[in-house]
Write a protein that binds this ligand. Structure first.
Ligand code: SF4
Ligand code: SF4
Ligand code: SF4
Length: 461
């Protein structure tokens, strides 16, 4: 399968199954689009007729172009067959039962009261709760016991607002460090925070212990303060920005990212990205809001074209700033055209419900944070393990080949079949397809491929 598009002055040809990306001239671009359906001499004739008025396109050169395309095909870099379909189930079976990451819900409560909060202001539609140390410890033990031969184990400290339970987070990290050597493991911690409780202690701890921190900021002050408010309605922007800046300043180059949410109120989210850059942040992410379609801030069909344009302009901004020596990263544009994610990840996706689960303050296991609180998705608990294997099998079967809609999608090996939570909320089935999200995803991938292809092209000059 081939996907072709023009962007940023490049003619881009993606060979879906091999993952090869080619940037080609106009004649080759047209020739590739007809290569599989047009007989050789007729194809050379057609392309020659179209380009013969241009000096660079003699009939000999057009014929040579055909030969090059044919050589790429023979070497598996164009029109490669799909060799992964048959392996999809087998790959998943090979790692069945292995858990590599847990999302610990340290606090089902929050000191902010964001209107768009998918977690019901942090409580996940239940009672406020903090995770006790014993429960967190059982979760870490469960992870170690079920991680098979995996060395690196990921633990996300999540909420609500996890820093409302900071003392227990510190105790859990100390516990993990005390067992990791003997267990032959390496814990990698991530902290996701709204920033309100960041102080010197938190900065010192997060920068020492956390491989990544995710800092929630929506960009412009008026946008951030529209949603990210205290219970009394006051915006949190002025409080959290200096704290985020101090944390990042002292991070010493370790990973972090600023995570913003855009809604119907700011489909022009590039302005918010620029605000984050102006504030000195360079590792950025902006995500479309997750909410019910009838919420007043839900993205609409009319927003779609605006958002797509923003993604293209964002790509151009990344290129311009890189050329100026002021690069920044955008989470959704981080792809590796040469290696890419391993084929297991490309087929199997995020691993929710199988190798990745969320743990509530009571120790219950759910497929991921987006399913917490929905009893239909309760998988078990960290004390007694998974006792809903049927539900887990449903998630295990969620791969890129499980959804008929994905079969013809050129982005399938980047998307890995999409987000089960979005699919469930949009269609009622974790094996459904959230079409709106797919459109945005494909646009992001086109932009990401263009940015990376141009970077490689410029590097080779
Ligand atoms: S900070 Fe996060 S958990 Fe708290 S209300 Fe806002 S979105 Fe929800
Ligand atoms: S973008 Fe949508 S259709 Fe394409 S592979 Fe992902 S989930 Fe499937
Ligand atoms: S199902 Fe969606 S929200 Fe949950 S972990 Fe996977 S990608 Fe993330």
């Amino acid at each position: 399968m081939i996907h072709q598009y023009k962007m940023g002055g490049l003619n881009i040809v993606l060979d879906v199954n091999s993952g090869s990306v080619h940037t080609v001239d106009d004649a080759a671009y047209d020739m590739i689009s007809l290569f599989e359906t047009t007989e050789k001499s007729r194809l050379i004739e057609t392309i020659s007729a179209k380009y013969c008025h241009l000096p660079d396109y003699t009939p000999e050169e057009i014929a040579a172009c055909w030969q090059e395309i044919d050589a790429l095909k023979k070497s598996g870099q164009l029109f490669a067959p799909d060799t992964f379909r048959s392996a999809a189930g087998e790959l998943k079976a090979r790692t069945a039962g292995v858990v590599k990451a847990l999302c610990l819900h340290m606090a089902h409560c929050c000191n902010l009261c964001c209107e768009y909060c998918f977690a019901g202001q942090g409580r996940f539609h239940g009672k406020s709760a903090l995770m006790p140390f014993e429960t967190g410890k059982a979760a870490l033990d469960y992870l170690v016991a079920h991680s098979g031969s995996r060395h690196n184990l990921e633990v996300d400290f999540f909420g609500g607002e996890p820093l409302m339970n900071f003392e227990v987070i510190k105790q859990l990290v100390a516990y993990a460090r005390s067992i990791e050597k003997d267990a032959g493991k390496n814990f990698r911690f991530t902290l996701t925070t709204n920033g309100v409780l960041i102080d010197d202690d938190v900065i010192e701890f997060a920068n020492r212990e956390c491989a990544n921190v995710v800092l929630s900021l929506d960009g412009r002050k008026e946008i951030h303060d529209r949603f990210r408010v205290y219970p009394d309605g006051r915006g949190s922007f002025d409080d959290v920005v200096p704290k985020f800046q101090e944390l990042v300043r002292r991070r010493g180059g370790k990973n972090y990212y600023m995570r913003g949410t855009f809604t119907h109120l700011n489909p022009d989210f590039l302005t918010d990205v620029k605000t984050m850059l102006d504030l000195g942040f360079t590792e950025l992410s902006m995500e479309p809001v997750v909410c019910a379609p009838d919420d007043p801030y839900a993205l609409t069909q009319e927003d779609l074209s605006v958002v797509k344009r923003q993604y293209e302009e964002l790509a151009q901004l990344m290129i311009d700033r890189r050329r100026e020596g002021r690069p920044f990263t955008f989470y959704h544009y981080m792809i590796d055209l040469k290696g890419g994610p391993c084929i297991y990840k490309r087929i199997s996706g995020c691993g929710s419900g199988t190798e990745y689960m969320a743990v509530t303050p009571a120790g219950e296991l759910f497929p991921c944070h987006q399913f917490v609180g929905d009893r239909d998705f309760l998988l078990g608990d960290v004390f007694t393990g998974v006792h809903n294997p049927e539900k887990q099998r449903e998630f295990a079967a969620c791969n890129v080949y499980a959804r008929p809609e994905c079969a013809d999608c050129w982005a399938r090996l980047y998307c890995s079949g999409g987000c089960a939570a979005n699919a469930y909320h949009a269609t009622g089935s974790v094996r459904g397809v959230y079409a709106y999200g797919c459109e945005l995803f494909r646009k992001r991938m086109e932009c990401a491929i263009m940015v990376e292809a141009l970077r490689q092209q410029e590097q080779q000059r």
